[in-house]
Design a protein around this ligand. Structure first.
Ligand code: IPE
Ligand code: IPE
Ligand code: MG
Length: 244
């Protein structure tokens, strides 16, 4: 790789990148290891991608860590993932904070194990002053887009019921503001690793006009190079939004 390959034009850097981190299990199998081995290496890949994204000037990085559908996996794997994430949040917290990266969590957090909820509370309590804030790392945990949309409908419904909102005043912005990603720009780029080409219930509303990037690379091997390749591809895309 030449120096030039690494160069990203600042104007072509997305503000918000969403990532479906997929392929940990297949990567582990390829190494002759258990699936959890893959998830552990997956955490190393997250660390590298987070650092790269912050360096590239990305403001929001949203990573899909556990879907509502993932509860359907064997208990041992689910428990292993929960313990791994709870530990990683705490062990990375100081480094992230020093780098000006704050953590936010989206999804139905109330049904996560207590230890994980504690880690989340600790991470979200960290305050980074505005002038030091470099990036927001959004972790989607027990997340599903249809759950999120149903939740938004419930909130909008109760505002109509208590008279603070009229049905005629519901706009696209009203819906956006009731989603878990309120206040964030929609992702300009979605990355999915491992060769699967589907959304798996991720950010359905927010991805309406997002550029999609699929790669065969398995998540534990994606890292800095994989992420920079995705940014370069994004910089080459022409976004038209229905116009000419
Ligand atoms: C992604 O890797 C991580 C989670 C969904 C938690 P997978 O565990 O889905 O890995 P594959 O797709 O089985 O290889
Ligand atoms: C999507 O990956 C969810 C996460 C990456 C957390 P999956 O591996 O669960 O998705 P499917 O089952 O292949 O659609
Ligand atoms: Mg998978």
């Amino acid at each position: 790789m030449t120096q030039n390959d690494n160069h990203i034009t600042p104007s072509a850097v997305p503000r918000h990148v969403a990532v479906i981190m997929d392929g940990n299990g297949r990567w582990a199998r390829g190494q002759g290891e258990e699936r959890l081995f893959g998830h552990r290496h997956g955490v190393d890949a997250v660390r590298e991608v987070v650092r790269t994204a912050a360096e590239a000037g990305i403001e929001y990085l949203t990573v899909y860590a556990f879907s509502t559908e993932n509860w359907g996996r064997p208990t041992e794997e689910v428990d292993g993932i929960m313990t791994l994430i709870a530990g990683a949040i705490l062990s990375e917290l100081d480094t992230l904070t020093e780098a000006g990266i704050r953590m936010r969590f989206i999804g139905d957090l109330t049904s996560l194990p207590t230890a994980l909820q504690e880690s989340i509370r600790t991470a979200e309590a960290v305050v980074i002053p505005g002038d030091r804030l470099r990036m927001t790392l959004v972790v989607a945990l027990n997340y599903s887009a249809r759950w999120e949309i149903a939740e938004a409908m419930r909130r909008i419904g109760s505002r109509i019921q208590d008279g603070t909102l009229s049905p005629n005043d519901i706009t696209q912005e009203t819906i956006s503001e009731h989603l878990t990603t309120r206040g964030m720009p929609d992702p300009e780029l979605l990355i999915r690793t491992s060769g699967e080409q589907r959304l798996s219930n991720f950010l359905l509303w927010q991805l309406s006009y997002t550029e999609l990037y699929f790669t065969e690379t398995l998540w534990p091997e994606f890292g800095r190079e994989g992420f920079l390749a995705a940014l370069r591809e994004y910089a080459r895309r022409e976004r038209r939004f229905g116009r000419l």
